[in-house]
Design a protein around this ligand. Structure first.
Ligand code: ADE
Length: 237
C-alpha cells in the first residue's frame, strides 16, 4: 500500500478524484481516505500546513495503516532560476531550514541528538517518479506541454517564504531547489520508522516578494501536474 500525504485539499483533489474509494477512517483528527489508484492500494490524507501537522499525519499513517511507502505531494516555492511555475521537483534529500542550533556550533538544519542534517529520499521511489514523468512526456511528444523536472534538495520550515532575502538565505545555505512547509518533517518520521519515502512538489510561486500574489493563482495548476505524475507512477509500480 502507498501512503500519500498532502498539506492542503487542493493538493489532494485530483489524486482523490482518480481514486476508486474504499472507505474513510479518522485518527489523530485526520481523515484517511482508502482506495485504489492505478489498480494499487492507497491511503491518502490532508495533513494541514506545517511540520507538526505533517509529522502527526505521517506517524499516524505508519502506525494505523502500515504502508509500504509514503509520498508527500504538493506545491513549493522556487529557490532556483531554473524552476518556473508548474515545474516539478523530486526531492533527493530534505532539510529543515528553520532547525537552528548554530549557537551550539552545529550547522543550520542539523537535528541535535542525531547525525542528521539532510535526510535522503528512497532511490527506487525517486527513479519511479522520474520514469513516470518521462513516460508522460513521451505521450506528449506529438503535442501538449512537457513536464519539466529537476531532482535536488528541498528545504522545509514553518514559514511561507516571500522575500528575496529569505529566499537567498535558504537557497545558498542549503543549495536547495525549492521550499515548502512539510516535507522534511515527513522525512524525519519516515527515517525514524525506516519507511521508504519521497517528496514530489510542483512550483506554485517564486518564494520572493511576489510569492503571496502568485501562489493563489498557480496552486491548482501546480497541484494538477503533481497529480498527473502520481497517477502515472501508481500504474507503473
Ligand atoms: N509552498 C508553496 N510556496 C511556498 C513558499 N513560498 N514558502 C513555503 N511554502 C510554500
Amino acid at each position: 500500500m502507498t501512503g500519500i500525504i498532502c498539506a492542503l485539499p487542493e493538493e489532494l483533489k485530483e489524486i482523490q478524484q482518480a481514486m476508486e474509494p474504499d472507505g474513510q477512517l479518522i485518527f489523530s483528527g485526520i481523515d484517511f481516505y482508502l482506495g485504489k489508484l492505478g489498480g494499487k492500494e492507497v491511503v491518502c490524507a490532508v495533513c494541514g500546513v506545517g511540520k507538526v501537522f505533517a509529522a502527526i499525519c505521517a506517524q499516524t499513517m505508519i502506525l494505523k495503516f502500515h504502508p509500504d511507502e509514503i509520498l508527500n505531494v504538493g506545491v513549493a516555492g522556487s529557490l532556483s532560476a531554473g524552476l518556473n511555475i508548474a515545474d516539478i521537483v523530486i526531492a533527493r534529500q530534505l532539510v529543515q531550514h528553520d532547525m537552528d542550533v548554530t549557537a551550539l556550533g552545529e550547522p543550520r538544519g542539523k537535528i541535535l541528538g542525531s547525525d542528521i542534517q539532510y535526510i535522503p529520499t528512497t532511490e527506487s521511489i525517486r527513479d519511479g517518479l522520474f520514469s513516470a514523468i518521462m513516460m508522460l512526456n513521451g505521450e506528449k511528444a506529438f503535442g501538449g506541454s512537457e513536464i519539466r523536472a529537476m531532482q535536488g534538495t528541498i528545504a522545509s520550515g514553518d514559514q511561507f517564504i516571500s522575500s528575496k532575502g529569505q529566499k537567498q538565505l535558504i537557497a545558498e545555505e542549503f543549495e536547495a531547489l525549492a521550499c515548502e512547509m512539510e516535507g522534511a518533517a515527513i522525512a524525519q518520521v519516515c527515517f525514524v520508522n525506516k519507511m521508504p519515502f519521497c517528496v514530489l512538489r510542483a512550483i506554485s510561486d517564486s518564494a520572493d516578494s511576489s510569492a503571496h500574489m502568485d501562489y493563489p493563482h498557480f496552486v491548482a495548476l501546480a497541484a494538477s501536474n503533481t497529480a498527473k505524475v502520481i497517477k502515472c507512477y501508481m500504474t507503473q509500480i
